[in-house]
Design a protein around this ligand. Structure first.
Ligand code: UDP
Length: 386
C-alpha cells in the first residue's frame, strides 16, 4: 500500500523483484499524491491494481476515509502480508487496516527517527507503525538501533533502503540509453552552463510559512553566482510563495515537479542540492552531490556523519554562507561530493523480499490468527486461505 511520490519510488524495486520471481504482488494506491505517484510508478513500468483516490488537503483527513476502503480491499484480496513504506498518512492507514484485518504487516524504511516531534506527523506515524508491524526493514544499523531503543527487537532486518535500488536502476538506465538521458535533461535544456547549478527542493509542511520565505530569500540572493533550479512542489502552500518571490528572476529556473528520470539526471548534473526532502538526502551522497539540508534535525544522520550532508536550517544568511563555502572552496566541494553508499548498495528489495517470502513461524501465525479471532473476524489458516 502506498500513496506518495517517494513511496512509489521506494516500493517499485520491491514490486519489480517480486515480479522477477514470478509472483503477482497487488499494489494498492491510496491516492494521497495521485498524479505524482502514478507518474513515478509508470517510469518503472508499473501501475496500481487499486486506486482509492483518497486525496485530501491535510494528513489527518486522509487516514479516516481510507480505513473502510482499505478494509474492502483486504476482504477482496485476502493478502498473506501487507507491506507499507515510510511515514505518511498512507503508511499509517495501510498499517492500521492490515492490523484491524489481522494480517501480518511489514514496514519498509523502519526506524528512522529525529528524536523530536518534528517532522510532524511523520515521526508520530513511524513510531506508531513500529508498534504495529511484525517485520521491520531498517535501512541502516542506526535505524535498527533506534527501533531497539523503543523495545522493537524481533523481526528487524537491516537491508539498505530500496530507494537506493531505484536510484541505481535509473542511473544505469540513463547511462545506457542516450535518448532517455537527452530527454531527461530536456527540462533544463535552456539553463546556461557557465555557472554552477544549484538544485533546490522544498516542500515539507514544517518548512512552510516563515521558514520557506527564509529559503526563498537565500535562493534569490544566490541567483547570479549560480543558476538556481527549483522543481516546484504542487502544494499551493509551497508553489504560491515560490512563484511570488522567484518567478521572473534572472538565473532562477522554476520547473514543474519533475518525474523521476529527469530528477535523477538533474541531480547528476548539479553542483549541490539544497533540500528538505528525505529521499534526496539519501540519493545525493550516492551520486556524490553535496547536500545542504534545509532542516534543523534529520532522521538520516549518516550523511551528516560522513560529511556528505550538512544541516543548514532555513535562515537566509546561514544558507547563503553554506552555499558559498561549498561553491567557493574546491576542497570542501570535493569532501562533500565524495560518492558514498550510506543508505544501501542496491540489494535492498531482494533482501526485503527474501524475508517477506520466508514461511511464517508457527507461533507467529498462531498469534495473528488469535488476534483476528478476538476481533470477531475468524480467518481460516494461511494454508486454507491460499
Ligand atoms: N523527486 C522527483 N522529482 C522531483 C523531486 C523529487 O522525482 O521534482 C524524487 C526524489 O528523487 C526522491 C523522491 O522524489 O526519490 C523524494 O520525494 P519527496 O521529496 O517528495 O519526499 P520525501 O523524500 O521528503 O518524503
Amino acid at each position: 500500500m502506498a500513496g506518495t511520490r517517494p513511496e512509489a519510488v521506494k516500493i517499485a524495486p520491491l514490486l519489480l523483484d517480486l515480479r522477477g520471481r514470478g509472483l503477482a504482488p497487488v499494489l494498492v494506491a491510496t491516492g494521497q499524491h495521485r498524479a505524482m505517484f502514478g507518474e513515478a510508478l509508470a517510469e518503472f513500468g508499473l501501475r496500481a491494481d487499486h486506486d482509492l483516490g483518497a486525496m485530501a488537503a491535510t494528513p489527518d483527513a486522509v487516514v479516516g476515509p481510507l480505513l473502510p476502503m482499505l478494509a474492502d480491499v483486504m476482504r477482496q484480496q485476502a493478502p498473506d502480508i501487507v507491506v507499507v513504506q515510510g511515514d505518511t498518512s498512507s503508511t499509517l492507514a495501510g498499517a492500521m487496516a492490515a492490523r484491524y484485518a489481522g494480517v501480518r504487516l511489514a514496514h519498509v524504511e523502519a526506524g528512522l527517527r529525529t528524536g523530536s516531534d518534528d517532522p510532524h506527523p511523520e515521526e508520530m506515524h513511524r513510531k506508531m507503525v513500529a508498534q504495529m508491524a511484525q517485520l521491520h526493514f531498517a535501512p541502516t544499523a542506526a535505524a535498527a538501533a533506534a527501533l531497539a531503543a523503543e523495545g522493537v527487537r524481533t523481526g528487524v532486518h537491516v537491508t539498505g533502503n530500496s530507494g537506493i535500488d531505484a536510484l541505481l536502476l535509473m542511473q544505469a538506465r540513463l547511462a545506457g540509453d542516450a535518448q532517455l538521458a537527452a530527454s531527461a535533461l530536456a527540462p533544463v535544456a535552456q539553463v546556461p552552463t557557465g555557472r554552477p547549478w544549484i538544485l533546490a527542493t522544498v516542500h515539507r509542511r514544517e518548512n512552510q510559512g516563515a521558514r520557506l520565505m527564509g529559503v526563498l530569500a537565500a535562493l534569490a540572493e544566490l541567483a547570479g553566482e549560480a543558476e538556481v533550479i527549483v522543481p516546484v512542489h504542487p502544494s499551493p502552500a509551497v508553489s504560491g510563495p515560490v512563484r511570488a518571490v522567484l518567478d521572473g528572476r534572472a538565473h532562477v529556473h522554476l520547473l514543474p515537479p519533475l518525474t523521476y528520470a529527469p530528477f535523477v539526471a538533474l541531480m547528476g548534473r548539479a553542483a549541490l542540492v539544497l533540500t528538505d526532502s528525505g529521499g534526496v538526502q539519501e540519493e545525493a551522497p550516492a551520486l556524490g552531490l553535496p547536500c545542504l539540508v534545509l532542516r534543523g534535525a534529520t532522521e538520516r544522520p549518516e550523511g551528516v556523519a560522513s560529511g556528505n550532508a550538512r544541516l543548514v536550517g532555513c535562515e537566509t544568511a546561514a544558507i547563503v554562507a553554506a552555499v558559498r563555502t561549498v561553491l567557493g572552496n574546491p576542497a570542501e566541494r570535493a569532501r562533500m561530493g565524495r560518492p558514498a553508499l550510506l543508505y544501501g548498495a542496491g540489494g535492498a528489495a531482494a533482501a526485503i523480499n527474501c524475508e517477506l517470502l520466508r514461511p511464517v513461524p508457527a507461533a507467529s501465525a498462531q498469534t495473528s490468527e488469535s488476534w483476528s479471532r478476538s476481533d470477531g473476524h475468524h480467518r481460516s489458516s494461511r494454508a486454507e486461505r491460499r
